[in-house]
Design a binder for this molecule. Structure first.
Ligand code: SF4
Ligand code: SF4
Length: 183
């Protein structure tokens, strides 16, 4: 088997909260990169990274926007770390209906970090690029693909059978071939 087919690239941004000064350059850079046209405006409310801050205790935690969730969560928590208390939503990465975080203020669409997808690809994401403190570190590594489980294969098979019943075998095979060519 081609070894390239057996691995996938994982991109991550590692956060060192001890180095973060709360300057918010990452929020500004992210919003500028995602403005249309690129770098035409700066609005941290449109950023896909949010620096949770407590100026009194000099604590700053960068949080990246994750997936959208349609409903607010019902299991609220208060976090106590090193004797300090943080609100239940402080470190949550989701955009949800109960708060304004990671919601685009004009369109009200959810925002999610896309690792600064770009063509051609960037050497590293913009938030990392502008963080002069080294609090954000870009990491890219190859990991082995996991073999699909028997349960997942069973689900795929059932899905294919349903599609064939609805559209016919030839249409499904033609579409699968097309997807293969697009990859
Ligand atoms: S740019 Fe770096 S130091 Fe400044 S707020 Fe963002 S993560 Fe913290
Ligand atoms: S990686 Fe890109 S999209 Fe994600 S928070 Fe950083 S600047 Fe924004």
């Amino acid at each position: 088997m081609n070894p390239e087919m057996n691995t996938k690239t994982v991109q991550e941004i590692l956060v060192d909260v001890d180095k973060c000064t709360g300057c918010r350059a990452c929020e500004m850079a992210c919003s500028a990169f995602h403005s249309n046209p690129k770098f035409s405006s700066i609005n941290p409310a449109k950023a896909r990274i949010r620096v949770v801050s407590n100026e009194l205790t000099d604590e700053y935690v960068p949080v990246f926007a994750g997936n959208h969730t349609k409903s607010g969560c019902d299991g609220r928590h208060v976090y106590t770390i090193d004797g300090r208390t943080y609100s239940e939503c402080s470190f949550c990465r989701a955009s949800c209906p109960t708060r304004d975080y990671f919601i685009e203020p004009d369109s009200h669409l959810p925002l999610k970090c896309d690792m600064c997808e770009s063509t051609p690809p960037l050497k590293q994401p913009w938030c990392v690029e502008v963080c002069g403190e080294g609090a954000l570190v870009y990491s890219k590594r190859e990991v082995k693909r996991e073999e699909p489980s028997a349960a997942a294969l069973g689900q795929i098979e059932s899905g294919l059978q349903a599609l064939m019943k609805q559209h016919g075998m030839e249409a499904v095979i033609a579409r699968l071939k097309q997807i293969g060519r697009e990859k």
